[in-house]
Design a protein. Sequence first.
Length: 192
Amino acid sequence: MGKWAVIYSSVTGNTKKIAEAMAEAVGKDCDVFRVQEAPEDVSDYDVVLLGYWLRLGAPDPLMLKYLPKVHGTRVCFFQTHGTDPTSEHAVTSFARAGYQLGADCEILGTFGCRGKIQPALLAKRKNAGPDDPHGGEKSRERWRLASTHPDAADEAAAKEFINDMRRKIAYKEKYLAAKAAKLVALQKRAEG
């Protein structure tokens, strides 16, 4: 399947933990970089996995700065955050990441999971009023749920995500090869 890169941004260790699980699933044909040390040119890689934590409903500032440098490759996004991975907040953040990518990228897939919230941010948010979207009982429940993640199940899901992406690539390559062979056959028939 070629060479893969895992490039991630992490402050609390949540995204790093998922990045390491994904790299382990990819195996020996994988390079892992913190976004601060990531290569400017990713053309040597067949697949680039880009991981980040959420800030204001989008990738964190370091990843936002890096995304436009990624172009002409297959990309997978993965993110960690303090909310439900299927929430509107989580889903739209993938779109915001995709919008920031450089030209000619193919987004293969996305993976998200809960992650512990920074203690300093929690302390600040505990004083938020009930009208604040980050205050109140619902928010405290989200924080409680996030406090145990990423866990072993999240790591296993991240590894399975890699297997899913490999299958997706293999199916697409098989389809494109069959389509090209059919086109050649049609051209020969037209010429004959």
